[in-house]
Structure formats: structure tokens, C-alpha cells
Design a protein around this ligand. Structure first.
Ligand code: 1CP
Length: 359
């Protein structure tokens, strides 16, 4: 969101610039601090479980009416300050024709892991019309959301590559790291193609009207800063630079990335997502240049503490808001996604507390 960026013409949109989420993302301090939750839609909500009965996860992601309704559910229930498009980081891969599925209880699983040049050749290119159903959902959402901004998202090249190379969720990312170091040319070609795919997916959402984007590099924290800068940063930077001229906030998030925050900012983020392992004021200190405006951050309540009982949770929310005052702007969130078993009433109560404490 560089101030000099030429803003692209986008769909006519209600006046949203005063929305607390967008104000905080610009580095302002709105009267009401904004709060939303990663994975706010989904299994913690009984209305989601009811709607998904008998519908495969990826089918839901390509049904404009269903993805719209699921996206709206947490906004209605919790009163959060932003909606996040209900989709998945593997949706553009599926749309392009890759044999990939989301297996309940496991996550994304790829039929043929990509580990050599032949595998890379088989990776299809995403054409914008292959995600037209997602864009249709974005247009429906923009019409229904009123004053609440809509966040679009994509998986970053490293996190996507890990699923493709490992074949599914991985604790150690060993095949991914091995390929990166032993066949760097193949790695860079794969990551470059995943950057193009993420960019096409984000542009489809932006052209349809999303108000902000988040690049999820969930598993980047598995890398050293040296490896991140050499193997990952240029590709994530291509994605973030590729959407800069839309003039919307770009949030860049990963888990366990305390040591990578500066590198992730250097990749081109306007807002840096922080997990719970590092206090927000320390994150801001690492991210800020003395004499310049401090960084803008998003985070960072430990999602497990939603189980800890209200006195613990209230103290945590107060601490995080206080530490967040070190930032130019702070968007309250979890440090990672809502766990499926959480009591949704606890989330609603957190939203109310954040709003009350700010006013
Ligand atoms: O049947 C179900 O309900 C499947 C569970 C589920 C859901 C609800 C999956 C499978 N994806 C989603 C939705 C989803 N995925 C959203 C929804 C929007 C919201 O936040 O409300 C988002 C933003 C994602 C993005 C996503 N998918 C990420 C990045 C965010 C993160 O959590 O780090 C990742 C890593 C994935 C992969 C994925 N998809 C699904 C699962 C269970 C996983 C993780 C598996 C693993 O541990 O590797």
C-alpha cells in the first residue's frame, strides 16, 4: 500500500475507508480497535457444521452462495471487524486441475507429490476464469457485507510448495528442504510458478472487490532466516509486489516467525502477522527503524488460551492490547487459527472485550 501507488479502478464499493480494520492497517489508531480471527469461519460454529453436512470442503469453496454464507456466519455471530473469504490455500491448485483433496482430519493431500522436473512439468498453470466461482462469491459478499471489509488471501509459495513436495501436511518439511538445497534451480522454478498461481488467485479476488489481502506463509517459521531470504523471500516478494498497485493493505503472516519478521516485512508487507511466541512490543521493536513510524502488526493471542477460562483470557487480551500500543496500528487477532473445538461464545466475548477496552 505504498502512498505513491496508482490505485487501480475497482468495483464500486461503499465508503469503507473509516472502517477500524482498514484504519489500523494504515497505521492509525481508530477509537474502536479492530479484531478478527484467522479461521473464524469453520468448525467452531454449529451453523457451519450444519451447512457443511454432506458437502465436501472443496465443493463448498467453489459454490458462491455457500462460501458467501459461511464467510458471513462469524461476522453476524461475533461482530468481528473484518470478514475473511471462506476458501483454502489449495483452492487455486484444485481449480487449475491438480489432483489434490482436503481429507477431513488431515488436511490437503496431493495424489502425486512433486519432487523432480517431470513433476514440475505436470503442475498446471492457473487461468483466472478457473476461479470465477470464487470471484462470484466475492461479489456476493461485497454486496452483503455493508461496512465490514472483506479480506482475500492466498497461500505463499513456500507453504504451498511444502504440501506439493511432501504430499500432505508435514511436521519437518524434510523433502521440501532437501529439494531446496540439493536442486536449487528446480526449487526456484517451482516456487516461481507457485508465486504466479498465488498472484492470479489474489488478483481475481481483488478485481472482484476484496478490501485487503493476507499472504499465508504458515510454515515459513520452519526455515532459518538465511534460507528464507535465499529461497523464499524473492518469490513471496513477487506476489506482494504484484498486488501493490491495488492500493489495499497487504498482510503477511506465518507461524513461529519471530526470527523472520524483518525478512517477511522486507518481502513487501504493510502489516506483519505475529504469532504468540513473541510479545507484540518486541515484534514492533524488531520491525521498526529508529526515528521512523513504527510498524503495523496483527496478532497475537495464543489460540489454545481460548480454553483457559475467562480470568486468564481477559488478562491476556489486556496484555496484548497494551503491548500492541507500541505499534503504529494494531489489528487484534489470534497468533494462528481458531481451533475447531473452541466454544464460539468465548470468541464473541473476546470481541466485546477488545472493543470495550479500546473505547
Ligand atoms: O471440513 C473442514 O471444515 C476442513 C477444515 C478446513 C477449513 C475450515 C480446511 C482444511 N481449510 C479451511 C478453511 C480455510 N483455510 C480458511 C478459512 C477462512 C477463515 O479463516 O475463516 C483459511 C484462511 C485457510 C487457509 C489455510 N489452509 C492455511 C493457512 C492458514 C493457517 O491455518 O495456517 C493452511 C495451512 C491451509 C491448509 C489446510 N486446509 C485445511 C486444513 C486442516 C489445513 C491445515 C493442515 C495442516 O496442518 O497442514
Amino acid at each position: 500500500m505504498s502512498p505513491t501507488a496508482q490505485t487501480r479502478p475497482r468495483p464500486a464499493r461503499r465508503a469503507l475507508s473509516e472502517a477500524p480494520f482498514l484504519a489500523a492497517a494504515r497505521g492509525e489508531r481508530p477509537a474502536r480497535p479492530p479484531v478478527w480471527f484467522m479461521r473464524q469461519a469453520g468448525r467452531s460454529l454449529p451453523e457451519y457444521r450444519a451447512l457443511r453436512q454432506g458437502v465436501e470442503m472443496l465443493d463448498a469453496c467453489f459454490d458462491p452462495e455457500m462460501l458467501t454464507e459461511i464467510t458471513l456466519q462469524p461476522v453476524r455471530r461475533h461482530g468481528v471487524d473484518a470478514a475473511i473469504l471462506f476458501s483454502d490455500i489449495v483452492v487455486p491448485l484444485k481449480a487449475a486441475g491438480l489432483d489434490i483433496d482436503i481429507v477431513p482430519g488431515t488436511g490437503p493431500v496431493v495424489a502425486e507429490p512433486i519432487r523432480d522436473a517431470a513433476g514440475l512439468r505436470a503442475l498446471p498453470v492457473l487461468e483466472p476464469d478457473q476461479v470465477s466461482k470464487v470471484a462470484d462469491g466475492v461479489r456476493l459478499l461485497v454486496d452483503s457485507l455493508g461496512e465490514t471489509p472483506l479480506i482475500g488471501f492466498a497461500g505463499a509459495p513456500f507453504t504451498l510448495a511444502s504440501y506439493l513436495i511432501e504430499g500432505g501436511p508435514s511436521r519437518n518439511h524434510e523433502h521440501t528442504k532437501a529439494l531446496m538445497h540439493s536442486e536449487p534451480e528446480l526449487w526456484h522454478e517451482l516456487a516461481g510458478r507457485l508465486a504466479d498461481l498465488a498472484l492470479t488467485f489474489l488478483k481475481a479476488q481483488l478485481d472482484a472487490g476484496v478490501d485487503a489481502v493476507q499472504l499465508f506463509d504458515s510454515w515459513a517459521g520452519a526455515l532459518s532466516e538465511r534460507d528464507y531470504r535465499e529461497f523464499v523471500l524473492p518469490h513471496s516478494a513477487k506476489v506482494l509486489a504484484g498486488v501493490a498497485d491495488y492500493g489495499v493493505p497487504r498482510i503477511h503472516f506465518g507461524v513461529g516467525t519471530g526470527e523472520l519478521l524483518v525478512a517477511m516485512r522486507d518481502a513487501g508487507a504493510d502489516v506483519v502477522g505475529v504469532d504468540w511466541r513473541i510479545p507484540l512490543d518486541e515484534a514492533v521493536r524488531r520491525l521498526s527503524t529508529p526515528g521512523a513510524k513504527p510498524a503495523v502488526v496483527q496478532g497475537n493471542l495464543d489460540p489454545a488460551l481460548l480454553y483457559a477460562g475467562w480470568p486468564v483470557l481477559e488478562a491476556e487480551v489486556r496484555r496484548i492490547l497494551a503491548e500492541g500500543r507500541a505499534a503504529a496500528g494494531h489489528i487484534f487477532n489470534l497468533g494462528h487459527g481458531v481451533l475447531p473445538g473452541v466454544d464460539p461464545d468465548v470468541l464473541t466475548r473476546v470481541v466485546r472485550l477488545v472493543h470495550e477496552l479500546g473505547s
